[in-house]
Design a protein around this ligand. Structure first.
Ligand code: ASP
Ligand code: MG
Length: 421
């Protein structure tokens, strides 16, 4: 069997859904297929905004209605018969969402992330319901499956951790029988706790969901359908000359994702690598184009990969008494970072200071300063960029650093990183 994952762009409007149905039909119905879908277009961002309004005690009515109208416009185009059951399902989901939002009004800050998952998860529920009905109407028999009942997680809201044993057992128990009859449509990004609450697996987590299903079902391949024909060595919106990798190994792909290449969700690779399931990154705009295959394969020389992270912040800590930064100091700093979920993108130690580069988050940064300012003198710069070149050479370094002010630089045998203004 195969798993197909369709991201937000591949379900963003009526045309995109027609295209999706065509890609699925082109499989000829000969193979077992499970589809994992993301929320439509930018729905997740839109729902985040709705939720922010709600928790700020502001009126969310207009923002919610915009999202409703967006989905309704797509459905109107795809289902001319206004009696179609999709309309009832859609209204029911929006009514439920409205209720959840109402309940989140003025809730305590401690429940913020929990509430976020209950709200933002509606994006995938909506899109999967629409995809399910639309394919059915196109003559593609399919069952709608609630992924929250299969991907069981703990309650680390917004970044839930999967209970693999449980998840694998129920997927193996229930889904093969369905797949032998018809195709499955399910949601990416979502999980569920053992007491029936919804969790999410982290932004862009649908790739990971697809990998979980592929792993548990021993798929012969996972196909991620994107708006680019495979993995490129740089973002074509930023770099003029990009090349496509025809094949990459799992390790290389994970590293690129780690450094921030917005290619594949980093957690996606491990389950696939564990069972040597190849991952194909294909273009839904040009489905027959070759794309990139990620598998067990090694290469001597790969084109340098350029990865840019914007909106970075460089924070330097020095001990107030001019002593050296000790392991004990580092322990204190790491603890505070971990508590605040501030991820270190790059770090460097010198005689009297320790510096980290992290994604800029004003609120968390100020909490960090509050926590550590008694013990350390702290300086920081914002609005920086972090460039990473994997498999660098001199030429690629020059290309990146030309004309920039460098605040921190690091290189290993394979990777060059620099924080610039
Ligand atoms: N819809 C979610 C997001 O935008 C998950 C995904 O698309 O992968 O982050
Ligand atoms: Mg997405």
């Amino acid at each position: 069997m195969k798993v197909f994952k369709f991201g937000g762009a591949s379900v963003k409007d009526a045309r995109a859904l027609q295209n999706l149905a065509q890609i699925v039909s082109a499989q000829g119905g000969k193979e077992e297929l499970l589809l994992v879908v993301s929320a439509m277009g930018k729905t997740t961002n839109a729902l985040e905004q709705v939720y922010d309004l709600t928790t700020a005690g502001k009126d969310f009515g207009d923002a919610l209605d915009q999202s409703r109208q967006y989905h309704l416009a797509i459905v109107n185009e795809l289902f001319p018969n206004r009696e179609h059951p999709v309309y009832g399902r859609l209204e029911h989901l929006f009514a439920q969402l409205q209720q959840v939002l109402q309940a989140s009004k003025g809730q305590s800050v401690t429940n913020h992330d929990k509430g976020y998952d209950q709200v933002v998860s509606f994006g995938e529920l909506l899109s999967s319901v629409i995809v399910h009905y639309f394919m059915q109407d196109q003559g593609i028999a399919n069952a709608w499956v609630d992924s929250r009942k299969y991907i069981q997680t703990d309650s680390s809201w917004r970044e839930a951790r999967v209970d693999w044993a449980w998840t694998e057992r129920v997927i193996k128990r229930d889904l093969p029988a369905i797949l032998s009859q018809q195709l499955i449509v399910t949601q990416g990004f979502l999980g569920g706790t053992n007491n029936g609450l919804t969790t999410t697996l982290g932004r862009e987590g649908s790739d990971f969901s697809a990998a979980i299903f592929a792993y548990c079902l021993d798929a012969e391949g996972l196909y991620i359908w994107k708006d680019v024909a495979g993995l490129l060595n740089a973002d074509p919106k930023r770099f003029a000359h990009t090349v496509r990798y025809r094949e990459l190994d799992y390790q290389e792909t994970v590293e690129m994702a780690y450094y921030g290449a917005s290619v594949i969700h980093p957690k996606t690779i491990k389950p696939l690598a564990n069972k040597s399931i190849p991952l194909y990154v294909k273009s839904f705009l040009d489905p027959t184009a070759e794309g990139t295959k990620i598998c067990d394969c090694r290469f001597e020389k790969l084109a340098p990969a350029y990865i840019v992270k914007d909106n970075q912040c460089l924070v330097s800590f020095s001990a107030k008494d001019f002593t050296f930064i000790s392991e004990k100091n580092l322990g204190t700093i790491f603890n505070a970072l971990s508590e605040l979920r501030l991820k270190i993108n790059l770090m460097q130690n010198s005689a009297i200071s320790f510096s980290i580069c992290t994604d800029y988050n004003e609120e968390r940064l100020h909490k960090l300063l509050d926590t550590l300012t008694d013990q350390f003198t702290i300086h920081y710069n914002t609005r920086l960029q972090l460039f990473t070149i994997k498999n660098y050479d001199n030429e690629s370094i020059q290309e990146i650093t030309k004309g920039k002010e460098i605040l921190m630089e690091q290189r290993t045998r394979t990777t060059f990183q620099v924080v610039c203004r």
